[in-house]
Every structure is written in C-alpha cells, then in structure tokens.
Design a protein around this ligand. Structure first.
Ligand SMILES: NC(=O)c1ccc[n+]([C@@H]2O[C@H](COP(=O)([O-])OP(=O)(O)OC[C@H]3O[C@@H](n4cnc5c(N)ncnc54)[C@H](O)[C@@H]3O)[C@@H](O)[C@H]2O)c1
Length: 455
C-alpha cells in the first residue's frame, strides 16, 4: 500500500519508520541535494533523469561536482547502503516510490513565454504509470496555477485516477541558495507547502516535518504556494533593478552609490541591494516572465515587473559603455585592445551560466569583433565551446597578460587575493579595471583606471 492511501495512523507509522521511497525527477544541481536530504532523513530514494550518462555515472558513485557540500558523499553513502539508485525508467521508479518529487527546470522561450512542454510531456508519462496511493509534489518553480490547471488534468486523464482521492498532489517550492542547499532545506527555512486538497496538504506536512527543523508553512492551496515562490523571485528582481537604476543615477550625480547605500541602510527600513552587471541564473531572470504572462492574462498591466526586467537587462550594455569610456580615456583603440573578462558564472563560487550577464557582454563585444578573452576557474575549455564563442583559457595569467581592460564579473574565491598583484604585473599599462562586484578597494593610479557600477 502506498503512502497516500494509507490510514492516518499507518502514514504516521511509515514516516516514523522511514519505510517510504521517494522518486526524485531531475538529478541536477537541485535534484541531487534534495535526494541527499531525503536519504539523510532515512528514506530510500530513486533518482530519475533523462540523461543516460548521468544515470550511469550516478549508479557507479560518480557524482558530478556541483559544489554543494555533502552531496557527493551523500549519494555515495546512499548507493553503498542500497538506499539510492538512479534510473531513466519512469515505470520502475513509480513502482518503487510512494512520493514523487519533481525538480526539472522550466525556462522561457525567445519570446519570454514559459515553455511548459518538458513538464507536460513528463506528466503524461507519469500519469500513465501513476498508481493509487502515490502523492506527487512539484518543487520546480511554476507559473501560478500550473499544478491545478495543467498538471492535475493531465495526471487524471492518463491514469484514470481521481486527484485528491486516489492520489495526492501539491506544490512545495525550493527556497534555497546554491552552495548551501542541504542546510537551507533542513535547518534554515520552514518549508512552504500547498496541496490541491486537505489530505494532500496533510500528507505533505507529515513528510516534510520529519526532516525540516523549522517545520512547514501550510498554505491554503497549491496555487498559493506557487504564488509565494513567484512573488518572492519578482520582489528580488525588482529590488535589484532599483539598486541598478539608482547606481546609474549616482554615477551621473558624481556621488558614490556605496557610500549612499551604507547610510541608507543604517535605517531599519533601508535595504538597498547591490548593483551589478545584471541578473543571471535560471530563477530570478525567469520568474518575472511567469508573472508578466499571468498578469496580462488577468488584464493587469505588470508595469513595475516589466520595468525591473528592462533595467536589469540593460546592465550588460552599461558595462560595455564603461569599457568604451575607459579605453577612450586612456586613448586606446578598442579594436586592438585586449579585453579580459573574469567569470562566466552569474555569481561567485557557483557554476551556473544560464542567463549570465557575462554571456550578454561577450555577445555584444563579439558583434563588434573585438579581442575578448575569458577566464573562469569553474569551467573547462570543452564546456565553454558549448556555451559561447570566446577565447577561453584556464590560465588566469594568460588571460591577464597584455590586457588593456580587465572586467571582474563573478567574485570567485580564486580571484580574491592574487588578482590585483597579477593585474599589476601582467596588464598592458595603462589599463582599466572594471570591478562590477565592488570587492577590491584599490586606488586609481596613473597606470590603472578603476570603474565600478554606481561610482
Ligand atoms: N539552482 C538553484 O539555485 C535553484 C534554486 C531554487 C529553485 N530551483 C528550481 O530547481 C529547478 C531545477 O534546477 P536545477 O538547478 O536542478 O537544474 P539543472 O539543469 O541543474 O538540472 C535539471 C536536471 O533535470 C533533468 N531533467 C530534465 N527533464 C527531465 C525529465 N523529464 N525527467 C527527468 N529528469 C529531467 C536534466 O537532465 C538535469 O539533470 C529550477 O528550474 C528551479 O525551479 C533552483
């Protein structure tokens, strides 16, 4: 008997005994840590993925390096104790599992419309294998209403079962920060949950409460839980946009944005964020488009949300303007100058380049056929070839040598200490340094012009 059809007493017992199996669809940067959280809580886990190489490697204990502390060891321990295996077979996974967790990415197409096809195709396949007693929990961030309006009917049609009665269904967003996912889930935040009916919510609460120290926040519906995640992402995007716009104004005012920010934030209600080269990753730049579409469908004009996106998407060009300004000031010809970009990732110490401002900057510079060089300690040359066309080297010295313009885009740890001395000895002086992260407190000299966003 599977979890959702058990009596309340039996369900509690199965949680207490950790006798349940969880199928986690998507074994990527989020799916792997989530699997480890479930394993460490004492459950069995089936990792499901469409990538055959990944599945094969996972079963051999060859876990990809995703820079999440505890993940590699956690999966290996799971394999050794036979409490984890990976598979591409939905049939097998659903045979074994009581709880189905979905954590595959949803992205927007070129017209910024969310592409739900990968999800709906997966739901059709899961629906065809769904059994009485399963509960399916969406953890992937979704456009609001997707669980009830899109997923529920697909699962019912393909399974012939009734949602909320024969199988459970709900949404529980992943509220984590890359690099500390395990801790965020188990220790740092309560888990937001929302089922399509009371029984679904109850069973989700029982499950998550067994390993989330801060407990659960039960919302009144799956739709409410979906809204929490999308609103939070949009709130952040807009706040970053305000910082970016104010930084641009501060530059024109000849006022130091960072000095102003420090003073502003001395009030309890002041929470001005940091400006930067743009917003990357597959969360924050994507979720506003989910909401823009929803608002339009509902006849609400998403004015601020759209404006925020526009400001954040303008930041790569703002960095380019600084390159032009700096090289012109130094009387260097941009066509023959060597431009060194440090960091492909959208933020430090994380290997994630989706929607990274670095890619936009490289593309704009490539359009003018400029001499662009890239370094990122987290990437290999063969990976870069698949992502963007640029001169890439794993050797920082090689990228800095004879550079006329050096732009720090991702504040990776590797750059911390040695960067300034390396720039000083290797750059083609006089040179410009654009610190888009504002982490180096270095003076301007006759041979080094320094730019920041907001100064
Ligand atoms: N990475 C983050 O920081 C973060 C934070 C919060 C929430 N999230 C959420 O997690 C989602 C997934 O992010 P990620 O970083 O793990 O993505 P990822 O690209 O690292 O991994 C996704 C994995 O899903 C697999 N996959 C794709 N379609 C599949 C299918 N039909 N069946 C089984 N597996 C499939 C892919 O092969 C890949 O291994 C995001 O879209 C977002 O909603 C991510």
């Amino acid at each position: 008997m599977k979890y959702f059809e058990m009596s309340a007493v039996l369900a509690e017992q199965s949680i207490k005994n950790r006798s349940l199996t969880i199928a986690v669809f998507g074994q990527g940067k989020m799916g792997l840590p989530i699997s480890v959280v479930f394993l460490e809580a004492g459950y069995k886990v089936v990792g499901v993925d469409i990538n055959p190489e990944l599945v094969e490697n996972l079963n051999k204990g060859l876990v990809p390096e995703i820079r999440e502390p505890g993940v590699i060891e956690g999966i290996r321990k799971g394999i050794e104790s036979t409490r984890y295996y990976a598979t591409m077979s939905i049939e097998q996974a659903l045979e074994d599992a009581d709880i189905i967790v979905i954590i595959i990415p949803i992205i927007v197409d070129d017209d910024k419309i969310p592409n739900l096809n990968p999800l709906t195709e997966l739901m059709e396949k899961i629906g065809s294998n769904l059994k009485k007693g399963h509960i399916l929990i969406q953890e992937t961030t979704l456009p609001i209403g997707t669980t009830e309006d899109v997923i529920l009917p697909i699962l019912e049609i393909h399974s012939g079962l009734t949602a909320g009665v024969d199988f459970g269904l709900g949404f529980s967003p992943e509220r984590t920060y890359s690099g500390r996912v395990l801790k965020d889930i188990t220790e740092n935040y309560p888990k937001i949950i929302g089922g399509i009916n009371l029984k679904s919510t109850d069973r989700m609460a029982l499950f998550y409460s067994s390993f989330v120290q801060k407990g659960v926040i039960e919302t009144s519906s799956a739709k409410t839980a979906e809204t929490v995640k999308v609103f939070k992402g949009v709130y952040r995007d807009i706040n970053i946009a305000i910082a970016n716009e104010l930084a641009k104004i501060a530059e024109k005012l000849d006022v130091d944005f960072y000095e102003v920010r420090k003073a502003v934030n001395s009030e309890p209600s002041g929470n001005l964020l940091l400006p930067g080269a743009g917003v990357g990753g597959h969360c924050i730049p994507v979720y506003p488009h989910f909401l823009i579409q929803t608002a339009k469908n509902l006849g609400v004009k998403p004015t601020i949300i759209q404006a925020g996106r526009e400001v954040n998407m303008s930041m790569p060009q703002h960095v380019i303007n600084k390159i032009i300004q700096g090289l012109t000031y130094l009387d260097k010809d941009i066509k023959t100058s060597k431009i060194a970009l440090l960091g492909l990732s959208y933020r430090g110490n994380v290997k994630e380049h989706r929607y990274s401002p670095s890619i936009d900057i490289i593309r704009i510079l490539n359009d003018d056929q400029l001499n662009v060089y890239l370094h990122d300690p987290l990437y290999k040359p063969e990976e870069i070839k698949e992502i963007v066309s640029v001169n890439f080297s794993e050797n920082l010295e090689e990228v800095l040598t004879e550079a006329d313009c050096i732009i720090l885009l991702a504040d990776h740890k590797d750059y911390e200490k040695s960067l300034v001395s390396k720039m000083e000895s290797l750059a083609n002086k006089p040179y410009i340094f654009i610190d888009t992260r504002n982490i180096y407190e270095i003076e301007e000299t006759e041979e080094r012009k320094v730019y920041r966003i907001g100064v």
